[in-house]
Design a protein around this ligand. Structure first.
Ligand code: PRP
Length: 177
């Protein structure tokens, strides 16, 4: 795979990380009305794997389609909500499910939107956290892995919409950007 600088997380690393997150969420949301809000498109594979590790009956899932990148790797801070939720989240214990937290613009926008709709609680679960890229002060409640400031692809994450289908997380080689 000459387009990769390195494989950052193998399928096994990912499976272990998700098992751990699923266990924490299962423990913390006992007896609650959990609504997972998946932020499309990047979180699709993470959501699918994570929800299988959440061993609760009271678990629902909804989707928002939010986009902040304009084709390339630099987030401009402008967040577009391309598809909003279909349901009223009032009374739900909402857990936002994201693939990656970088500048924080996306999750800042989404949490402000959702808070105003009066959920019972609102928390964030992100598969990857890149704190060095943060532009607004926002932190996730559940973090799979903290990563350095590298451009990662695969496992739902793209470069110009490509590479989302890789089953692992890799770092794209500079000459392909
Ligand atoms: C990516 C990623 C997060 C966001 C993180 O989404 O999936 O939602 O950027 O970056 P931030 O913390 O700097 O806002 P993107 O807007 O590329 O859309 P996608 O999920 O469809 O790839």
């Amino acid at each position: 795979m000459d387009f990769l600088e390195e494989i950052f997380l193998t399928q096994q690393d990912i499976a272990e990380t998700i098992k751990k997150l699923g266990g924490e969420i299962t423990r913390d949301y006992q007896g609650k009305d959990l609504l997972l809000v998946s932020i499309l498109k990047g979180s699709i594979i993470f959501l699918a794997d994570l929800m299988k590790e959440i061993k609760l009956n009271n678990c629902e899932v909804e989707f928002m389609y939010v986009s902040s990148y304009v084709g390339t790797k630099n987030s401009g801070g402008k967040v577009n909500v391309l598809k909003d939720l279909n349901t009223d989240i009032k009374g739900y214990d909402v857990l936002i499910v994201e693939d990656i937290l970088e500048s924080g613009y996306t999750l800042n926008h989404v949490t402000n939107m959702l808070k105003s709709r009066n959920p019972k609680s609102l928390k964030i679960c992100t598969f990857l956290d890149k704190p060095q890229a943060r532009k607004v002060p926002i932190e996730a409640d559940y973090v799979g892995k903290v990563i350095p400031d590298k451009f990662v692809i695969g496992y739902g994450m793209d470069y110009n919409e490509k590479y989302r289908n890789l089953p692992f997380v890799g770092v794209l080689d500079g000459k392909y950007k």
